[in-house]
Design a protein. Sequence first.
Length: 203
Amino acid sequence: MGSTYSSNAAYVQSPVDPDFIFQVQFKRTTKFFTNRSGYPINVRDFVVVEGDRGEDLGVVVAVLTMQDFVHRRMNDPRAAADNNNVDCILRLATIQERQQLPDKFNAEKNIVQACNELAMHGFGLPIMVYDAEFQFDRNKLTIYYECHVRIDFRDFVRQLYSTYKARIWMKIGNINTPIDVQPLAVMALASGVHFSAGAGAST
């Protein structure tokens, strides 16, 4: 079985081998990657991965054998639907990159507020933006929103692109729908440091 992210999870020195698949946590989702970095990758490592026409940064939450990975795909339709492509881990994140994560997290919080104000007062759109997520390289910005009617977002998206200089991806959802994330990993992504259950931060 794969090693999961937890307060007592042992670091697993994983061979640089295509037979291992790494589950990486991002802010609102997890994705699967192979390790092409040339270095062993451990559970709880911060890693830079192939993103959407760029690079992203996440936290490794599990290491799976290829057999485990295929079995999971076959038995979890959501995993098969949400993660059609298996991209590559490029390298371990540097300390300097990890130190950028709190600023990224705070910027995303501000974007949520700005988007709701723009939607309501600038364009009169009946939507509620409940989250935002930059790709780590800031080349893509995903806006998570809730809406119950069909809307033309073209002018709204043009304004967001002009403001944030990033490709804009509008993703409809429901703020009350549970998401498959591991809280300690999300905390790590917001802070750049690891957290243990019932304890303070650790590096």
